[in-house]
Design a protein around this ligand. Structure first.
Ligand SMILES: Nc1ncnc2c1ncn2[C@@H]1O[C@H](COP(=O)(O)OP(=O)(O)OP(=O)(O)O)[C@@H](O)[C@H]1O
Ligand code: SF4
Ligand SMILES: [Mg+2]
Length: 337
């Protein structure tokens, strides 16, 4: 049974349909990368998975199960037991997650006291041990310091410590390394991998950086305009990418095989206050067909590999194209005569 099984998540914030149709699954210990350009709904998906969306947001899901529980039935009180304990999050900016008025050690120890019932002393000892594991020198002294006394890379490690201290079953990392310089970035990724291996935590890793995805993920979900448009194993999605958006995304990233300048994806994503009723990528897609005015469902394009694109319909779009061409030719012929 999957650890997380989320089907057709929809989140509206006022007039914005920030998440229109997201489906995700995660097995215990799996690392799934969630990628897609800015504004496509990655963070809203992550916050929803933690029960952290504001009350004004409207959230709906066809099916939403985590660790055998139906999440759609959780009360705020239930969420407080799940959050920080079974599901934890590393935010992009540590300053938004850390309290400037409390010592780092006290903040790492707090979830242990709240969720695991440890004494103040025991929790503090564990926090110090964890800081040491995260390669913070003089951890006992460091634990007594406040966030402003830590460098950016150290703050990020303190936040990781806070997130993993209760050994959650699912860790959500929202762009955890974007704000860091390259060396610290590599260090933090390495630490996350180690944590994952030692405690069997599953991870949802949100990033723009396809290089990081290739390094850390077992599976990938690609989002576009509030929808998951492709998902599968790392190999499926990166080597045999099926959705025209994923193909464009890959062309936009320089690689060793293709170090040429980036080929930016022409056009802009749709306005999520008024999203199109058909394929969200149609306005930018060079392979668009007449049928693309209708919303494509997720279609199978290989083993455990899904794409939301009419090109993968079992009726062979080649035939539709032929019909479209015939129709166009007859219009032209008709026009001349
Ligand atoms: N609190 C909010 N109120 C209103 N709209 C919001 C709110 N949070 C997000 N949105 C909108 O929801 C959409 C999805 O935003 P989200 O932050 O999830 O994107 P993202 O994929 O995480 O982007 P980025 O890569 O830039 O972090 C955007 O159109 C954004 O403007
Ligand atoms: S459904 Fe049509 S427009 Fe959308 S990505 Fe596929 S081919 Fe392009
Ligand atoms: Mg975001």
């Amino acid at each position: 049974m999957s650890l997380l099984n989320l089907e057709t998540l929809q989140v509206s914030i006022g007039p914005v349909q920030a998440v229109r149709d997201v489906s995700l699954s995660l097995q215990a210990g799996e690392c799934r990368a969630l990628v897609g350009e800015s504004g496509c709904g990655k963070s809203v998906t992550a916050m929803s998975l933690l029960g952290l969306m504001p009350a004004a947001a409207k959230i709906n899901a066809k099916h939403w199960q985590f660790a055998g529980r139906d999440i759609t039935q959780l009360t705020e009180r239930d969420w407080r037991q799940v959050r920080g304990n079974q599901i934890a999050m590393i935010f992009q900016n540590p300053m938004t997650a850390l309290d400037p008025t409390q010592t780092i050690g006290a903040q790492i120890a707090e979830p242990l006291r709240v969720h695991k019932g440890l004494s103040r002393r025991e929790a503090k000892m564990r926090a110090i041990a964890l800081l040491e594991r995260l390669a913070i020198a003089n951890p006992a002294q460091r634990a007594e310091q406040y966030p402003f006394e830590f460098s950016g890379g150290m703050l990020q490690r303190a936040m990781i410590a806070m997130a993993v201290v209760c050994e959650p079953e699912l860790l959500i990392a929202d762009e955890p390394t974007t704000a860091l310089d390259v060396t610290v970035q590599a260090e933090v990724l390495c630490l996350l991998q180690e944590m994952r291996e030692s405690s069997g935590t599953a991870m949802l890793f949100i990033t723009h950086d396809l290089g990081v995805v290739a390094e850390i993920a077992d599976s990938v979900s690609v989002m576009y305009a509030g929808q998951t448009v492709e998902s599968g194993s790392l190999h499926n999605v990166f080597k045999t990418e099926a959705h025209p958006y994923t193909q464009a995304l890959k062309r936009a990233v320089p690689s060793l095989e293709n170090p040429r300048p980036l080929e930016a994806i022409a056009g802009t994503p749709p306005d999520l206050r008024k999203p199109p009723s058909g394929c969200g990528f149609a306005a930018r897609c060079s392979q668009r067909m007449a049928i693309c005015e209708e919303m494509p469902p997720q279609m199978s394009c290989g083993e455990a590999h899904l794409a939301r694109c009419w090109l993968w319909h079992k009726d062979h779009p080649a035939r539709w194209r032929e019909q479209e061409n015939i129709a166009k030719t007859s219009i032209k012929v008709g026009g001349k005569s």
